[in-house]
Design a protein around this ligand. Structure first.
Ligand SMILES: Nc1ncnc2c1ncn2[C@@H]1O[C@H](COP(=O)(O)OP(=O)(O)OP(=O)(O)O)[C@@H](O)[C@H]1O
Length: 690
C-alpha cells in the first residue's frame, strides 16, 4: 500500500512532468514565432520595392506583435523554470461548507495551471484562498474571496521542502507554522542578501502583508521581527492584487543607504516581481533643493555627534526634530506670505492700475509656486487692463506691467528666509551652517519652508505606493515633506529602539500624528537572533514586550583584554575560526567610522582580509566585513564581533542604542571584546571570560 509520502512524491513527479510539458509547448511556440519573424523580415527585404508605405507599416506591426507575444512566452518560461526547482512549499485540504467535496490546494511562489487541462496544480501564495494556509490551524476556517467570505473546514495542512525538483521533506502541521520548518529556516547560514519567507510567514505578519485597506500603514516592530521582509512581501502582494493598476515602477522605496538597498534587492525578483526603484533621503533632498544648497549628510551628522559629543549641536538637532518646529515653520510661512507682495499703483498709457487689484490677483494665485505666480499675475493684470480700457497694450507696455509685478515681490532667498525663521522664533543660535554647508538637521525644515513659500516641483507625482524603512531615523519635518510629496499609499516601518541618533528619532506615535489617517501595527516577536543573543541584547536595552524566538545557540561572550593588540589577536583568531565554520558572514562592528577604518587597517597589516563598509559603499556581500552599527542597521550576519565594548567607548545613551543595534545584527553568534573595564550597559558578571 502506498504511503502518504509515496503519494506526494508521485504527485510531485506528475507536477514536474506537467511543467516540463508546458515548457516544451512554449519552446515550440517560441520557435514558431522566431521562424515567422525571420520569414516576415526576409519577405520585407525581398519585396521592399513592391511594398508601399501602408504595407510596410502593416508588416512592421505584425512583427512587433509577434515579438511582444514571444516576450510574454519567454517570461512564462522563466517562471516555469523557477517553479520547476521548487513548485510548492505547502498543501492544505479545504472543505467548503457550501460544497460537499474536499479540495487539496498546493501553494508556491507562482500559480501553475496546466495549459492543456486548465487544472490548477499550484496556487500563488498571494491568491485569496492561500491565506488559509497562513491564517488557520486545522479545523473551522474561512477566507475572503472576491465573491465574499467562504467558510469551511481545513482538514489537512502540510509543509514541503522541495529543492531542485526533489522532495527533502514533508511534514504535517496542525498548529501554526512555527516549529520545525521555521526553526530550520532560521538556523540556516546567512545568504548573499535577504531571503523570501513565503513558506513560513506567520499569522500576524500575514495580516500586514495582505492588508489592502490602510492608506498609510506604520509598522513598529522589534529588532528581527521581519518588518523589512514583510514590507517587501506586502509589495509583492499588492502587485499581485492590483496587477491591472499597479506596476513595480509605480512604487518607491526610501532606504537608508545603498548597501541596504542592495541587500534587499533580490527579494522581489525572487518572488517573481521586478525590482522597485529606490532612493535615499539625501538624494531626494538634493533633487528638491537643487545644487545651490549644500548640506551635511545624516551619516556625517551621526559621526560628528559621536566624535565631538557637542551639546550645542545636540540642542540644535533636538529643537528641529519637534512638531513645535513644524508649526513654527508653518506660521512663519504665513507671515512671509503676508509680506511677500507689496503692491503699488501703476500707470500705463496714462491709465491707472490700482495697487489693490495687484494684491487681489496675487492672492488669488496662491496655489502656484513663486515663479509661476509672478508670470500669472503679470498676465492677469495685462488682461484686466486691456478689458477694462478696451485697448491693446504694446509689447513694451506689457513688459512694464510684468516688471512692476516682479518689483512688488518681496521674497527673500531660501537661505535668508530660513535664517529669518530662526530669528523670528528668537532662536538665532539654531543657525549654524559650516563651510557653506547646512547641518543635516536643517535640510528637511528647509525643504518644508520652501514647499510652503515658493513651492517645489514634485518629480514623484506618479508614485502610487511609498515604502519608508528605518522610520525611526526621520523627524517630523521629513514626514511633513513626504506627506506633501507622496499623497499616495504608504508603508512606513522601523523600530524606535534602533535609532542611531536619539536626538532626532521618531516613534511610531509621533509619525502617526504627522501622517494623518495612518494605521499603526506592532510586532513583538523577534526571529533573527538566537534566544541567548536576544536575552543579552535585552539587558542593554530592556523591552518587556519583546518575545525572543526559542532557538538556542552559544551564550554571547565578553572577553576582557588589557591592550588593543590583544583585542586584535582575538579578532584575527575569530576570523580564522569563522573561515573554518559553515557560516558565511562575520561582521566586526566598531562604534564609529574612524574606529572601523583604523581596525580595518590594523587587520590588513596583520594579514586578515576583510571588507570595510563606508558611507559610499554600494553593495552587500558576505565574508568578513568591518563597519559600524549605523551602516549595519537593517542587515544581519551569522556572526557579529564587537571589538571594544569598554566603558570608555560605550557610555552615552546614543552609545547604548548603537550597542543594541550591533548585538541584534547577529543571527547565530555574538562575541564582544573589552579593552579594559566593560561598559555599564553590559551585565558582565554573567559573561566575562577574562
Ligand atoms: N516568518 C518568518 N519566517 C522565516 N524567517 C523570518 C520570518 N520572519 C522574519 N524572519 C527572518 O528574521 C530575520 C529578520 O527579518 P527582517 O530583517 O525583515 O527584520 P526587521 O524587523 O526588519 O529587523 P531589524 O529592524 O532588526 O533590521 C530575517 O532573517 C528574516 O528572514
Amino acid at each position: 500500500m502506498s504511503t502518504e509520502k509515496d503519494l506526494e512524491s508521485e504527485r510531485l513527479m506528475q507536477c514536474l512532468a506537467r511543467i516540463d510539458s508546458n515548457l516544451g509547448a512554449i519552446g515550440v511556440r517560441l520557435t514558431d514565432y522566431q521562424r515567422d519573424i525571420q520569414a516576415a523580415h526576409d519577405h520585407m527585404w525581398e519585396a521592399r520595392r513592391d511594398m508601399d508605405h501602408i504595407d510596410k507599416i502593416g508588416m512592421r506591426q505584425s512583427i512587433d506583435q509577434m515579438m511582444r507575444s514571444s516576450d510574454v512566452l519567454r517570461a512564462q518560461a522563466k517562471k516555469l523554470e523557477k517553479l520547476r526547482k521548487s513548485p510548492y512549499f505547502g498543501r492544505f485540504d479545504f472543505r467548503r461548507t457550501d460544497r460537499n467535496e474536499t479540495a487539496a490546494h498546493y501553494i508556491g511562489i507562482h500559480d501553475f495551471r496546466d495549459d492543456e487541462t486548465q487544472e490548477p496544480w499550484v496556487y500563488d501564495w498571494r491568491a485569496p484562498v492561500s491565506s488559509l494556509f497562513y491564517d488557520f490551524e486545522t479545523g473551522p476556517a474561512q477566507y475572503v474571496a472576491p465573491s465574499g467570505t467562504i467558510p469551511g473546514d481545513l482538514l489537512l495542512k502540510r509543509q514541503f521542502r522541495i529543492r531542485d525538483g526533489a522532495m527533502d521533506f514533508m511534514l504535517d502541521v496542525s498548529v501554526n507554522i512555527v516549529d520545525d520548518v521555521l526553526q530550520d529556516a532560521l538556523a540556516q547560514a546567512s545568504d548573499d542578501g535577504m531571503k523570501n519567507i513565503v513558506a513560513t510567514i506567520q499569522r500576524d505578519q500575514n495580516a500586514i502583508i495582505r492588508d489592502a485597506d490602510a492608506h498609510t500603514l506604520i509598522i513598529q516592530g522589534v529588532a528581527g521581527s521581519g518588518k523589512t521582509s514583510i514590507a517587501l512581501h506586502r509589495i509583492a502582494f499588492l502587485l499581485y492584487r492590483f496587477k491591472d493598476t499597479l506596476t513595480s515602477s509605480d512604487i518607491l522605496i526610501i532606504s537608508p543607504n545603498r548597501v541596504f538597498a542592495d541587500y534587499i534587492g533580490n527579494v522581489l525578483p525572487e518572488l517573481g516581481e521586478e525590482t522597485v526603484p529606490e532612493i535615499g533621503m539625501e538624494t531626494l533632498a538634493k533633487q528638491l533643493l537643487g545644487s545651490g544648497i549644500r548640506f551635511q549628510t545624516f551619516f556625517e551628522q551621526t559621526a560628528l555627534l559621536l566624535e565631538t559629543d557637542d551639546e550645542a549641536m545636540k540642542a540644535r538637532i533636538r529643537a528641529k526634530a519637534t512638531q513645535d518646529f513644524l508649526r513654527q515653520i508653518e506660521s512663519y510661512a504665513q507671515h512671509l506670505e503676508k509680506t511677500a507682495f507689496v503692491a503699488n499703483d501703476l500707470t500705463v498709457r496714462r491709465r491707472p492700475l490700482p495697487g489693490f487689484v495687484f494684491d487681489t490677483t496675487w492672492n488669488r494665485l496662491k496655489h502656484l509656486d513663486t515663479a509661476e505666480r509672478i508670470v500669472a499675475t503679470g498676465n492677469a493684470m495685462i488682461e484686466q487692463f486691456q478689458q477694462q480700457y478696451e485697448i491693446e497694450l504694446r509689447k513694451e507696455e506689457r513688459a512694464v506691467v510684468r516688471s512692476a509685478v516682479r518689483g512688488m515681490v518681496n521674497r527673500p532667498t531660501l537661505r535668508a528666509a530660513y535664517k529669518g525663521l530662526l530669528d523670528w522664533i528668537d532662536r538665532p543660535d539654531l543657525f549654524k551652517p559650516t563651510g557653506g554647508k547646512f547641518e543635516y538637521a536643517d535640510v528637511f525644515p528647509l525643504i518644508y519652508l520652501q514647499m510652503l513659500t515658493e513651492g517645489v516641483e514634485n518629480p514623484y507625482a506618479g508614485v502610487k505606493h511609498l515604502l519608508v524603512d528605518e522610520m525611526q531615523d526621520y523627524t517630523p519635518a521629513h514626514y511633513a515633506v513626504l506627506a506633501r510629496l507622496f499623497p499616495c499609499r504608504k508603508t512606513v516601518l522601523g523600530d524606535a529602539t534602533q535609532s542611531v541618533n536619539p536626538y532626532s528619532a521618531s516613534t511610531a506615535e509621533q509619525i502617526e500624528s504627522v501622517l494623518e489617517g495612518a494605521w499603526r501595527v506592532t510586532l513583538n516577536k523577534s526571529y533573527r537572533s538566537t534566544w541567548e543573543i536576544m536575552e543579552f541584547a535585552l539587558k542593554i536595552s530592556p523591552n518587556p514586550d519583546l518575545v525572543a524566538m526559542e532557538r538556542h545557540g552559544p551564550v554571547p561572550d565578553v572577553r576582557v583584554v588589557k591592550t588593543p593588540q590583544q583585542a586584535l589577536a582575538r579578532i584575527a583568531a575569530a576570523v580564522e575560526e569563522f573561515h573554518d565554520s559553515d557560516h558565511t558572514s562575520l561582521a566586526v562592528l566598531a562604534k564609529t567610522q574612524a574606529q572601523a577604518k583604523r581596525l580595518h587597517k590594523h587587520l590588513a597589516e596583520a594579514g586578515v582580509q576583510a571588507r570595510l563598509l563606508e558611507e559610499g559603499s554600494s553593495g552587500f556581500s558576505t565574508g568578513v566585513i568591518v563597519c559600524t552599527p549605523h551602516l549595519a542597521k537593517g542587515l544581519e550576519f551569522d556572526r557579529v564581533m564587537i571589538p571594544d565594548v569598554s566603558a570608555a567607548v560605550y557610555a552615552t545613551e546614543m552609545d547604548r542604542n548603537l550597542l543594541y543595534v550591533a548585538c541584534t545584527r547577529a543571527m547565530h553568534r555574538l562575541s564582544l571584546i573589552s579593552v579594559g573595564a566593560p561598559s555599564d550597559f553590559l551585565d558582565v558578571k554573567q559573561h566575562v571570560n577574562a
